[in-house]
Write a protein that binds this ligand. Structure first.
Ligand SMILES: Cc1ncc(C[n+]2csc(CCOP(=O)(O)OP(=O)(O)O)c2C)c(N)n1
Length: 619
């Protein structure tokens, strides 16, 4: 076993290059085995094992800095930088992060989770080095999916202009989570799939090497010819034109070739882009065959590739499932409904919509900012765009929501998935800020359903509503409605009273409604008669109902799966009322750690028992 001998990348360098493919197989086996138990980004990680080994073989980390974009593909990096013994704790509560994290290791040069940041961060470090006379290498590793994010282009533009010593490794596997999209992606594919292109380039280089370089008119002409021919024939010329020296494309699974190439370019003094071709899911049959499914794998059986899901859960529907099927039904009736995703067609539940209405479905790539303003354009021309997006990634498009959608009061519907705590991914993916960041924007309406049935009703309401509107829901199985009758009709800005009691009122929103009802039962046993209101809307707030109930109970408690700062509770606190006391329950003003949603909710006293306990202490 070679892996046992690798404590740090220094140990890696002691190995003969010929043994590195064996090491790669050991790492591959470890990753498959571990992820089959913990879940995680399997396919992306299997694709970059050889690349990671080659990078650590050539460069001297932690002095040299490797900045992984998204950070979801850094398992090999973690394993060979002293964390193999922690690897079994991947994504678990208290365990190793599934992304790069500077607090976790000095080898993690930059924390990530969201995409398209690596070139900016590495360029910043490169500029800082210049000012501090530090000579270390800076390497950004970015996938062709993350390259579709606008920020990556902003960084390339800047890097090519200031010509800092920066290495960008572009990992092309033709995939984002799903098939990669866009003109850039097509351009990269053309580079990689056209052998004539590459052969001509080789021949051209030979010819040009024979042209005399000094002292004749021929030289000038040869240079001009070289430039024009290069423009025509060289793969990656767009990168060259942006100020990067383009190298590639090269086989990202050939370790000796990778090492030779990286060795050659490491002394370059200006920006260089090495284009590496890899296979997503490499070395595990099921992941190679279906890299999208194995992008973010659930725990699975290695022999069959089948998810290990409890029998009881197999028939349950998630909020994402309900969103997908309801939107299809609504779109069948209303041709104006169109759907937009930023590279997450499956994750957001839009798969069926995309199949049924290909002309009304837009995957814009990993580009949330563009997705929102693009939706604004669609809305302006009379369509009903539904932007299906994870809460945490919508943060990327903040000004677009504010300036392009809400300021112009355009009827864009935001279907905000993964709102609240998100299992396994940790602080970068917990969607616990959307109530806060949306509720301060004028013209925005914010809803959150208590259960699956209400979610369906809210979606129907949203597509009828002719103004900016958002619905947020968690990554979880949908709660089955506890009510035989369909709950009262959704009216914009109106809540519903679910339980009446005169001592205290709990105003709950979204996922916290059923835990609030549980808390009320516990309080009842402690002789506290409790009202529970399903507020449904954070904005507009049902101030009439709040005032009425507060005048009776004199004590109100708000509960939300969002940070308290700027959230639902704070909106309630701003309602002008006299003679009442209030308590606000929600997530604290800190980044919430990784772990299972239900465990973390319990830990933060946001299950029924926890809410009751906090209230009992308060009263
Ligand atoms: C801003 C942002 N949007 C969406 C995502 C979700 N996401 C995680 S990885 C990924 C695809 C990345 O594709 P690529 O960079 O090509 O890497 P690969 O997994 O194919 O190796 C996406 C869309 C994200 N992490 N950040």
């Amino acid at each position: 076993m070679h892996l046992e001998k690798i404590e740090t990348p220094k140990d890696l360098k002691k190995l003969d290059i010929k043994t590195l493919p064996l090491l790669a197989s050991e790492v591959r086996e470890l990753i498959i085995k571990t992820v089959s138990q913990t879940g995680g980004h399997l396919a992306s990680n299997l694709g970059v094992i050889e690349l990671t080994i080659a990078l650590h073989y050539v460069f001297n980390c932690p002095d040299d800095k490797i900045v992984w974009d998204v950070g979801h593909q850094a398992y090999t990096h973690k394993i060979i930088t002293g964390r193999s013994n922690l690897f079994h704790t991947l994504r678990q509560f208290g365990g190793m992060s599934g992304f790069t994290k500077i607090k976790e290791s000095e080898y993690d040069a930059f924390g990530a989770g969201h995409g398209s940041t690596s070139i900016s961060a590495a360029l910043g470090m490169a500029c800082a080095q210049k000012l501090t006379s530090n000579k270390n290498k800076l390497i950004a590793v970015i996938g062709d999916g993350a390259l579709t994010g606008g920020m990556a282009f902003e960084a390339l533009n800047h890097a090519g202009h200031i010509k800092k010593n920066l290495i960008v490794i572009l990992n092309s596997n033709e995939m984002s989570i799903s098939q990669n999209v866009g003109a850039w992606s097509q351009y990269l594919n053309r580079i990689t799939t056209n052998p004539i292109y590459n052969r001509i380039r080789g021949d051209l280089e030979l010819v040009l090497k024979r042209v005399p370089r000094f002292g004749s008119v021929l030289v000038d002409n040869a240079r001009k010819l070289e430039k024009s021919l290069k423009l025509l024939l060289t793969p990656g010329i767009l990168f060259d034109e942006l100020g990067f020296r383009y190298i590639g494309p090269i086989d990202g699974h050939n370790i000796p070739l990778l090492i030779e190439t990286l060795d050659n370019i490491k002394t370059f003094k200006s920006p260089v882009l090495v284009h590496v071709l890899t296979k997503k899911g490499k070395g595990y049959k099921f992941a190679e065959e279906n890299p999208t499914r194995f992008h973010s794998a659930k725990p699975f059986d290695i022999e069959t590739g089948i998810w290990k899901i409890k029998d009881a859960d197999k028939k349950r529907k998630t909020y994402t499932n309900i969103f997908g099927s309801t939107l299809v039904k609504l779109a069948q009736k209303d041709k104006k409904i169109v759907a937009i995703t930023a590279a997450m067609p499956d994750g957001t539940g839009l798969g069926e919509f995309a199949q049924k209405f290909p002309d009304r479905f837009f995957d814009v790539g990993m580009a949330e900012q563009h997705a929102v303003t693009f939706a604004a354009g669609l809305a302006l021309k009379g369509l009903k765009p539904v932007v299906a997006v994870y809460s945490t990634f919508l943060q990327r498009a903040y000004d677009q929501i504010l300036h392009d959608v809400c300021l112009q009061k355009l009827p864009v519907i935001f279907a905000i998935d993964r709102a609240g705590i998100v299992e396994g991914d940790g602080p970068t993916h917990n969607g616990v800020f959307d109530f806060s960041y949306l509720s301060m924007i004028p013209n925005m309406t914010i809803m959150a359903p208590k259960d699956g049935d209400e979610f369906t009703s809210m979606l129907s309401k949203a597509v009828e509503y002719n103004q900016p509107i958002s619905i947020r829901y968690p990554k979880d199985y949908a709660v089955k409605s506890g009510y035989k009758e369909p709950s009262s009709k959704i009216e914009i800005g109106k809540g519903e009273i679910l339980r009446r009691g005169d001592d205290i009122a709990i105003l709950a929103i979204g996922t916290m409604v059923y835990p609030a009802l549980e808390a009320a039962e516990i309080l009842e046993k402690n002789n506290i008669n409790t009202s529970v209101v399903n507020m449904r809307f954070v904005k507009p707030l049902d101030t009439g109902l709040i005032k009425k109930i507060a005048s009776r109970t004199k004590k109100i408690v708000t509960v939300e799966e969002n940070v308290i700062s700027g959230g639902f509770g704070m909106s309630v606190a701003n309602v002008e009322m006299q003679n009442f006391a209030s308590l606000h329950i929600g997530l604290p003003d800190k980044f919430i750690e990784q772990g299972p949603r239900h465990l973390l909710l319990k830990k933060h006293k946001m299950d029924g028992a926890g809410i009751a306990k906090t209230i009992l202490k308060w009263v």
